[in-house]
Ligand binder design. Structure first.
Ligand SMILES: Nc1ncnc2c1ncn2[C@@H]1O[C@H](COP(=O)(O)OP(=O)(O)OP(=O)(O)O)[C@@H](O)[C@H]1O
Ligand SMILES: [Mg+2]
Length: 485
């Protein structure tokens, strides 16, 4: 059976072992009438639908024909449109102009299209001229979180935590490269064989990364994290089951009483979203400085200074790292510093800031658990070339960081805060921690949805006194573990 992600003309898997008989595909008719109960210990994989080859072929040919026509038309448009006048034209004027040129060219080519085809074509052409071609529909689709392009013929999107293959394609690698070039040149960057990868921010704020051949082997790779105008807030996250109201009350106390918080998690697990939501608990009177590689955070407070680092240019000049921003931020009288993601040498300054009066600072790191997060911090310090005895390093971390919040994307696509862990000090050479809340998984539904619940672990918060002193007297019931029914 073929994967639905395989292109119809992709080479088939070779037989497993040479000399073994080629496998015969089991059509329903050829399948044995009574199926033996499977002895395999493995769970059956979800059925994948094989497309009807006839229909798929016809559809493919239709799409190829349309793509060829589009290319011709696009050339004609570039020859005929007055690009300088485009800037001042209204959308309707531009659409009319494009349609007029398209109709004329189609007539010259002797091609007749049906209404639907004409409409799709005119919309696609509009996007080609004004926007990012095939990507434009996906950028406009609010249900899409991520867009992932693997060469011109394969575009995946992430919706509700799940990856899906779309039927949108680029005409060829040249077309894809042209769109990439359009994006990066708009931000004054370049991408080519000698600079094969680039980070940029799209005009709408989406985070964009591209890598082109020859480093990208099968065609350019593009990853876009869509910018959400309405970031998920604490209430939304509670409603979506990312964490409970009790956990939210605890986090509110933690942020308001200026604990230093690290949000840890895997890629796309919701770190930035969590950080952004947590920041809503910061008092409006405080001066907050944010430092990011790509500005994604949207803080609601009035007093926010935003910084975005910059890679060096082609000559290797003009780079401003997160560490540079952080050092400078310390001279800008911040009450709190928020670093979008700590991934390198800036860790030193971040920990120092947390230790020296900028408590209440926050950042995210890439790690799979609180313990793992601490090891990541240690590694980053070591990689930054700071020679420090391990005990000194750990004591620096344990006094800087108060709380590690773990964000996870689970296998069913749901995103949850799977653990909240407090750092309580040092025992010998080891950093001591206690988990206060966790997500307890109990099973899986037949359609592979995770069954589980959040629970307190029953430990008393190390910061209870502090919370109380600051006026956040959390009811003890928050910390009582859930009793299984
Ligand atoms: N609890 C949630 N429920 C539904 N969607 C969520 C949730 N948390 C985050 N998302 C969505 O998931 C996507 C990824 O989130 P986010 O950017 O916060 O992840 P990240 O861990 O910072 O990713 P990266 O490692 O790429 O920086 C976003 O589109 C966001 O809106
Ligand atoms: Mg992020």
């Amino acid at each position: 059976m073929f994967s639905k992600y395989k292109k119809p003309n992709a080479p088939k898997n070779p037989p497993a072992a040479s000399g073994s008989k080629p496998k015969v595909a089991l059509s329903p008719a050829a399948a044995p009438k009574v199926e033996e109960p499977s002895k395999s210990l493995m769970k059956p994989r979800p059925e994948k639908r094989a497309a009807d080859p006839g229909v798929a072929d016809k559809e493919k040919r239709r799409k190829e024909r349309l793509a060829d026509i589009k290319l011709e038309l696009h050339k004609a448009l570039l020859d005929n449109l007055n690009l300088a006048a485009l800037e001042s034209a209204s959308e309707q004027e531009l659409r009319n102009e494009i349609n007029a040129i398209a109709n004329e060219t189609l007539e010259d080519m002797g091609i007749v299209l049906n209404r639907d085809e004409r409409q799709t074509l005119s919309q696609d052409l509009f996007f080609e001229v004004t926007g990012l071609g095939p990507l434009e529909t996906l950028l406009k689709d609010d249900t899409v979180n991520d867009i992932l392009v693997n060469g011109p013929q394969q575009i995946f999107v992430e919706r509700a935590g799940r990856l899906e293959l779309t039927d949108i394609t680029f005409k060829d690698e040249k077309h894809l490269l042209r769109i990439i070039d359009k994006i990066v040149s708009a931000v004054g960057r370049r991408v080519d064989e000698s600079n094969p990868y680039v980070d940029a921010r799209l005009a709408d704020g989406s985070r964009f990364n591209a890598m082109v051949p020859p480093i990208a082997v099968d065609g350019s790779l593009v990853s876009i994290r869509k910018f959400k105008k309405d970031k998920l807030g604490i209430e939304d996250l509670v409603k979506f089951g990312a964490f409970t109201e009790e956990m939210a009350a605890y986090l509110q106390a933690a942020v308001a009483t200026r604990l230093n918080v690290i949000v840890s998690g895997g890629t796309g697990s919701g770190k930035t979203t969590t950080l952004n939501a947590l920041s809503s608990f910061i008092d409006d009177a405080e001066r907050i400085l944010t430092i990011e590689d790509t500005a994604e955070l949207q803080l609601q407070q009035t007093h926010v200074g935003r910084m975005e680092s910059r890679p060096p240019n082609v000559e290797g000049k003009g780079g401003v790292s997160q560490r540079d921003c952080l050092k400078n931020a310390l001279r800008m009288r911040p009450d709190r510093i928020i670093v979008g993601e700590t991934r390198g040498e800036e860790v030193i300054d971040m920990l120092q800031a947390m230790n020296t009066g900028h408590d209440g600072s926050m950042t995210t790191i890439h790690a799979n658990s609180a313990r793992d997060g601490v090891s990541r911090l240690e590694n980053m310090i070591a990689m930054a070339g700071i020679e420090m005895p391990i005990k000194a390093m750990r004591s620096q971390i344990s006094s800087a960081v108060n709380l590690i919040v773990q964000a996870s994307r689970l296998q069913d696509g749901s995103r949850r805060m799977t653990s909240i862990t407090e750092i309580t000090g040092m025992e010998g050479e080891v950093i001591s921690m206690q988990e206060v809340f966790r997500y307890q998984r109990v099973g899986l539904t037949p359609d592979n949805k995770i069954i589980g619940h959040f629970t307190a672990t029953g430990v008393r918060s190390h910061f209870s006194e502090r919370f109380k002193l600051w006026g956040y007297d959390l009811p003890p019931a928050i910390f009582e573990p859930m009793v299984a029914e």
